[in-house]
Design a protein around this ligand. Structure first.
Ligand SMILES: [Zn+2]
Length: 257
C-alpha cells in the first residue's frame, strides 16, 4: 500500500527540529510522498532546504498564505514572487494561497495577494493549492477567469453546491483526519468522486478527537484518512489508496516510487 500526504507544512514552527522524525514516521507507515506547503517567504526558503535534503520523499508548494497577508510588506511580496520564479522545475504547485474571512480586516490586501499568486501560477504553468475558509463560493466563481493548470481546494468543507461546481470543472479536493469524525466532511467525501480526491494531514494543525487526541500531527495519520474514505465509499482501502496515488501523480506531475 502506498499513501500520500498532498498538503502539510513541514517548515512550520511547530515542527521545528522534528522534520526528521516526521519523515521517519512517513517511511515507516508507507507514506511515499509529501507536499510541504510554504506560507510566507521564510517558509519558502525552509521548504526548499527540506526538498533538497529529502528529494525522494518531500515535494514543495510555494506561496503566501492569507493568514500572513496582514504582516506582509510590499518588499516581501516581491521578494517571494522572485524567489518562487527562480525555483521553476523544483516547485510543484503554488500554495498555500487563498482567501479567509477570519482575516476580513485586510480583505483588499488579501484579494490583491491572492490574485498575484494566481497570476504567478498562470505564468509558471503550475497547479494551485487553495485555502478557502468561508470563501469557497467566491473562489469557485473567480477561478475560471484564470488559465490555471490544475486546482486543489484543500480541506473542502462546504457548501455542497460549490463542490458540485468544482467537480464539474475538474478540480481536486483534499480531506484529512476530520474524515474520521466530522459528519460534514464525510458528506463532502460521499459527494466527491474518488477520482477528484486527495489525502492530507495539514500538519502541524492538530486534531483533538480520538484517535488523534491532540498529539503532534504525523504523516501516518493518512492511513486513518484512507480507511475513513474506504468506509464512506463502501470499498477496499487498497482501491482508495491506489486511486489517490494515481490522482496525486497526475495532479502534481510526480511519479511516486
Ligand atoms: Zn495548510
Amino acid at each position: 500500500m502506498k499513501y500520500v500526504d498532498a498538503h502539510l507544512h513541514l517548515a512550520d514552527a511547530e515542527y521545528k527540529g522534528q522534520a526528521g522524525i516526521m519523515l521517519e514516521d512517513a517511511k515507516s507507515s508507507d507514506v511515499v510522498a509529501l507536499v510541504s506547503n510554504a506560507t510566507d517567504y521564510a517558509t519558502c526558503l525552509e521548504n526548499l532546504k527540506l526538498r533538497r535534503d529529502n528529494s525522494a520523499l518531500v515535494y514543495i508548494a510555494l506561496g503566501i498564505h492569507p493568514w500572513n497577508v496582514n504582516v506582509l510588506t510590499e518588499n516581501e511580496l516581491e521578494e517571494t514572487i522572485t524567489f518562487i520564479q527562480s525555483q521553476k522545475g523544483t516547485v510543484r504547485a503554488i500554495g498555500e494561497i487563498g482567501l479567509d474571512y477570519k482575516y476580513e480586516t485586510v480583505w483588499e490586501k488579501q484579494m490583491a495577494v491572492f490574485e498575484r499568486m494566481l497570476h504567478l501560477a498562470e505564468t509558471m504553468d503550475l497547479p494551485v493549492i487553495i485555502h478557502s475558509r468561508g470563501t469557497t463560493d467566491q473562489i469557485v466563481d473567480m477561478l475560471p477567469s484564470y488559465r490555471l493548470k490544475r486546482i486543489l481546494l484543500h480541506w473542502f468543507s462546504h457548501p455542497l453546491s460549490a463542490l458540485a461546481k468544482a467537480i464539474d470543472n475538474g478540480y481536486f479536493i483534499t480531506e484529512g483526519p476530520p474524515a474520521t469524525y466530522s459528519q460534514g466532511i464525510r458528506e463532502v467525501i460521499a459527494n466527491a468522486p474518488l477520482t477528484n480526491l486527495l489525502t492530507e494531514t495539514d500538519g502541524p494543525v492538530k486534531y483533538f478527537k480520538k484517535p488523534f487526541s491532540a498529539q503532534l500531527t504525523k504523516p501516518s495519520f493518512i492511513r486513518n484518512v484512507v480507511e475513513a474514505i474506504a468506509e464512506i465509499k463502501k470499498t477496499q482501502t487498497e482501491e482508495v489508496a491506489q486511486q489517490i496515488a494515481t490522482n496525486f501523480e497526475s495532479f502534481f506531475n510526480i511519479k511516486i516510487s
